[in-house]
Design a protein around this ligand. Structure first.
Ligand code: COA
Length: 256
């Protein structure tokens, strides 16, 4: 039924595994569409009480949006990509009435970091790495990263992570409040299943209202829309063409 994700349900928990390990589970057009479909199924299926999102293989959760799909886009197409991704995947995750936990099992970069940030909380393996390296491509995050990261870690740390594009390890991500818990890689799924079993025994109504109230805290749509517009403005610029081409040609970018 799906070609880029694996979807399964066991003991009232749905597991979505992004399954492009040869491309470090990068989010291409099909992954976004299939995630959207899976999230709709989860919302409609009363048998499902909670969700885990993870990446296939041992190396990556998700290493970002698929750069090979970005390289030729024009500004309006960049905006369209960000708006659809936010609307059909990232907002659906954040506003899901069922708890969604990210099992971060390796690189969570760019759109991968944003995917984890949209989940209700994050449990990471010791080898996980987080970062928003879009700046190295002459780009900025477009799936809500400028907003959710700033909300979680505060303005100055967000500025640093977004401007340097540096990766941080799971321990530092936990100290910053991005990650809830760090565990050995071979214990990650077991640990999350324990948490989800606990959540599956709670009141669905209460969980849904907790999610709604916490999300209500101070998310303004304006910030996300602003990010979409600025993300779109990067497309077609010399810097973005140089940054994305350099990645695909496996060389260092040279920005003016
Ligand atoms: N989009 C498209 N392809 C990607 C990708 C992405 N975001 N991230 C990794 N890949 C692909 C690589 O091109 C490579 O494909 P190939 O084997 O066909 O050449 C494959 O996944 C393995 O990645 P590779 O770069 O060889 O692994 P590595 O261990 O040397 O480096 C990373 C790992 C994560 C540091 C590196 O892949 C990387 O920097 N990825 C991009 C991160 C990024 O900028 N994300 C934001 C995108 S907006």
């Amino acid at each position: 039924m799906y070609s880029t994700i694996v979807f399964s349900v066991e003991d009232h928990t749905a597991v979505i595994t992004i399954n492009r390990p040869d491309k470090l589970n990068a989010l291409n057009h099909t992954v976004i569409e299939e995630l959207s479909e899976a999230l709709d199924t989860i919302a409609e299926d009363d048998n499902i009480r909670s969700v885990m999102i993870t990446g296939a293989g041992e190396k990556a959760f998700v290493a970002g949006a698929d750069i090979s799909e970005l390289v030729t886009l024009e500004s309006w197409q960049g905006q369209d990509l960000a708006r659809k991704g936010q609307q059909f995947v990232f907002d659906k995750i954040e506003n899901s009435t069922k708890p969604i936990v990210a099992a971060v099992n390796g690189f969570a970069l760019g759109g991968g970091c944003e995917l984890a940030l949209a989940c209700h909380f994050i449990i990471a393996s010791k080898n996980a790495k987080f970062g928003q390296p879009e700046v190295n491509l002459g780009l900025i995050p477009g799936y809500g990263g400028t907003q959710r990261l700033t909300q979680l870690v505060g303005r100055n740390k967000a500025m640093e992570l977004l401007m340097t594009g540096d990766m941080i390890d799971a321990q530092e991500a936990m100290e910053l409040g991005i990650v809830n818990k760090v565990v050995d890689a071979d214990k990650l799924i077991e640990e999350i299943n324990n948490v989800l079993r606990k959540l599956n025994s709670k009141s669905r109504t209460a969980l849904a209202k907790i999610i709604e109230c916490v999300n209500h805290f101070d998310h303004t749509q304006e910030g996300y829309d602003f990010e979409i517009a600025k993300f779109g403005e990067c497309f077609g610029t010399k810097d973005m063409i140089e940054g994305t081409s350099a990645f695909l040609e496996k060389r260092k970018p040279k920005f003016d």
